[in-house]
Design a protein around this ligand. Structure first.
Ligand SMILES: Cc1cc2nc3c(=O)[nH]c(=O)nc-3n(C[C@H](O)[C@H](O)[C@H](O)COP(=O)(O)OP(=O)(O)OC[C@H]3O[C@@H](n4cnc5c(N)ncnc54)[C@H](O)[C@@H]3O)c2cc1C
Length: 259
């Protein structure tokens, strides 16, 4: 076993689905034990003769599934995603053997409303929450004592990735509400659902669902600008740091350059 195998699994890609030209999912068989909580992330990498590139990716699947699933967005000038994009079923991807992250469902604060807000691939940790609770609901170990309210934003409807699955859950269980919203409806003429950027419709849905800083925990995941705007909106309805969780996927280039 070399030093690489000490820290990484050479995970095998067992499935790939492309949702759009720059959005896709994979399922992998890590080839060894990998434990995580819904909402955590894995570190994936690709080794070339020159270097190893690694990045964090939220896990879409539930810990109760045998394979691990990820939802990617291609960053054309990025270091790792073009390499991940080239991989197909049967290929290997490196995955660090331990999961990380604190973006888990807060079941300890005493609050049972969870306001989940995401852009595009930022829905990944929330799919993991819902898949896990759904299994427990079916097995009778979760009785619906926590309620999840998910607002999911994308430019166009084909970028949601998981909307069919999430709509099915929402239609079946009383503890999950789901609203996908499209910010470029002029590019998506058949779309008849909610319109506007997810941060623009947050206030409407927090009012409709009765969620505020006194009764809910809020979770923001994905695009840094959405998280910045989303936090301001949530603060205005009483959310404080204690009940506001965020998972920022990247630092905007101008800030990255000046920091
Ligand atoms: C905890 C955590 C979880 C994450 N989970 C996911 C996930 O589930 N799916 C996913 O696709 N990504 C996720 N990311 C982002 C991921 O880690 C990489 O940053 C991303 O895939 C880009 O990697 P890259 O090497 O191709 O680009 P880089 O070489 O790292 O970045 C190149 C440039 O693009 C900018 N950039 C990075 N990502 C984006 C983007 N999506 N849109 C626009 N500009 C961007 C960077 O700021 C940089 O300026 C997560 C990040 C964190 C911190």
């Amino acid at each position: 076993m070399d030093a690489l195998d000490d820290k990484f699994y050479r995970a095998k890609i067992v499935q790939r689905n492309d949702f759009a030209s720059d959005l896709w999912m994979i399922r992998i068989d890590p080839g060894g034990p990998f434990s995580f909580k819904p909402g955590q992330y894995a570190t994936l990498g690709v080794q070339t003769p020159e270097k190893r590139s690694e990045r964090a990716y939220s896990i879409v699947s539930s810990p109760l599934e045998s394979e691990i699933e990820f939802f990617f967005e291609l960053v054309p000038q990025g270091e790792l995603t073009p390499k991940l994009y080239a991989l197909k079923p049967g290929d290997e991807v490196l995955m660090r053997k331990s999961s990380k992250g604190l973006f888990t469902l807060d079941q300890k604060s005493g609050r049972t409303n969870h306001f989940l807000v995401s852009t595009v691939t930022g829905v990944a940790p929330f799919v993991s929450y819902v898949r896990t609770l759904y299994r427990a609901w079916k097995e009778g170990t979760f009785k619906g004592e926590h309620k999840l309210f998910l607002l999911n934003g994308a430019s166009r409807s084909w970028e949601f990735g998981y909307t069919d699955e999430l709509c099915k859950f929402a239609a079946e269980v009383p503890w999950f509400k789901y609203v996908p919203t499209v910010s470029r409806p002029w590019d998506d003429e058949k779309w008849t659902g909610e319109m506007g950027r997810v941060d623009d419709v947050m206030r409407k849905y927090s009012d409709l669902w009765g969620l505020d800083g006194t009764n809910s925990v809020a979770y923001l995941c994905g695009h840094p600008d959405m998280i910045e705007n989303g936090k301001s909106i949530l603060k205005r309805i009483g959310f404080t740091k204690q009940h506001l969780k965020e998972e920022i996927y990247w630092i905007p280039a101008k800030e990255a350059a000046s920091s």
